[in-house]
Design a binder for this molecule. Structure first.
Ligand code: SF4
Length: 194
């Protein structure tokens, strides 16, 4: 059993915050455990909670589509996780104390996977990892640094589903990620559209 498997077992049995009482499954995250890119969202929704997998609903399908256009897959290039591993009831935002309880798991995931690029999907991910007062509308599209890693904050796919106008700026953010991936990881990286 590798370190991530051990951590996953810990998460599956975790009772550190009240979200454990209402979850069906904890959602540890999935993807390549040696990925150079990590995508971090907010927390599991209904389908994620049911299946124990991250980003499997409509937002997840959109995320996979965007990643696909960039030439990235969960299997080979990306590990996908969340700020909280258990679904907040009725998909409300995770409370600050829930974020605080759960963040050490994310820190360990980042340390173990050791990605060069972190993509923060939406306000909760930005506030959880970088700064509780940061605003996604202000910082999206700008490279930030966190513990010697490059961080690209962008909109959550669910926001893109609600508001078509956000799709263009989000696509610009992902194009920047592809550019950086070519600089840092693989200059031959192929992507059909960027
Ligand atoms: S959300 Fe995180 S801290 Fe809370 S019970 Fe689930 S795994 Fe534990």
């Amino acid at each position: 059993m590798n370190n991530l498997d051990k951590l996953k077992e810990e998460v599956n049995n975790c009772t550190k915050c009240n979200l454990c009482k209402t979850r069906t499954n904890a959602v540890f995250g999935e993807g390549n455990i040696n990925a150079e890119i990590m995508c971090i969202g907010e927390g599991p929704g209904y389908y994620e909670d049911q299946q124990g997998r991250p980003f499997v609903g409509k937002s997840g399908q959109l995320l996979d589509k965007i990643l696909g256009v960039c030439g990235f897959t969960r299997k080979d290039h990306v590990f996908i996780g969340n700020i909280v591993k258990c679904r907040p009831p009725d998909n409300r935002n995770p409370l600050p104390e829930e974020r605080e309880s759960c963040l050490p798991y994310l820190y360990k995931q980042i340390e173990t996977i050791d990605p060069k690029i972190i993509i923060l999907l939406g306000a909760t991910a930005l506030k959880g990892l970088i700064d509780p007062n940061a605003k996604i509308t202000k910082v999206r599209g700008q490279w930030l640094e966190w513990n010697n890693r490059l961080v690209m904050p962008t909109f959550h796919p669910s926001a893109l589903l609600r508001n078509e106008k956000l799709k263009h700026p989000a696509w610009e953010d992902f194009k920047n990620v592809v550019k950086k991936y070519r600089e840092l990881v693989n200059k031959e990286h192929y992507s059909e559209h960027c």
